[in-house]
Design a protein around this ligand. Structure first.
Ligand SMILES: [Zn+2]
Length: 234
């Protein structure tokens, strides 16, 4: 086994794993999410305020339509009133007319309230429309920053992938299989370096007797860490 080449491959894979780990944790990801949420919130507010405007317009239209119908009815009653002679009949008509007048007043009140609602909602729409460009620009900037940060990581990953092809070329198929197996077994780090008396995989020190075993391994061959069982390269 080519211990040095396996360690080189491990360092490349560790760097690639780190990029994969960094990608979702980029500050640009959080900034972009916040900017997207702000625009979505603005759109929701716009939709809600637009619904208020629409409701107010519908209420005004309905009040006007009802008032129109009441007016027509009152005109008919007024005409009728001019033709009746019996006082009781005239009184009944005048009562109906009075009722209609009360209803008309109520409708007018309703219409005024709806008009106020419409004015307030339309002002809110204008304010939201004024706020929109800044929110949209912030999102566009966040998108560009995220794309740039992602491209930076892509470039780093591409350079590592190119080095990985070279590192793989230095290994036999059996070495690669052993390497992949060890990497899978040990949470992504199957090959560790011996730093002095310490395994870089588990960060534990080897005893003098364990060091003797490691040193007895033929040069270039990886040993095995007695603590974590990773390949250990001198
Ligand atoms: Zn170890």
């Amino acid at each position: 086994m080519n211990g040095a080449a396996m360690l080189a491959l491990q360092e490349i894979d560790t760097a690639l794993d780190a990029i994969g780990h960094r990608r979702p944790r980029l500050a640009e990801v959080a900034t972009h999410a916040a900017a997207a949420a702000a625009l979505a919130d603005l759109r929701r507010q716009q939709a809600a305020v637009q619904a208020r405007v629409d409701a107010a317009r519908a209420a005004i239209e309905a009040a006007e339509q009802a008032a129109h119908e009441l007016t027509a009815k009152r005109d008919r009653l007024d005409a009728q009133l001019k033709t009746v002679i019996a006082p009781r009949e005239a009184e009944a008509l005048m009562n109906q007319i009075a009722t209609i007048n009360t209803q008309r007043s109520e409708l007018d009140e309703q219409e005024l309230t709806a008009m106020d609602d419409q004015t307030v909602a339309e002002e809110a729409l204008v304010a939201l429309a004024e706020a929109e460009p800044a929110v949209a620009t912030a999102l566009a900037e966040a998108e560009a920053a995220l794309a740039a940060a992602g491209a930076g990581l892509d470039a780093e990953a591409a350079a590592l992938e190119a080095r990985k092809v070279e590192a793989l070329a230095a290994l036999t198929e059996a070495d690669v299989r052993a390497y992949e197996h060890a990497r899978h077994q040990h949470g992504g780090v199957g090959v560790a370096r011996l730093d002095g008396h310490r395994c870089s995989g588990c960060h534990l020190d080897l005893s003098p007797a364990e060091m003797d075993v490691v040193k007895a391994t033929p040069a270039g061959e990886p040993a095995e860490c007695p603590q974590c069982a990773r390949f250990l390269v001198r």
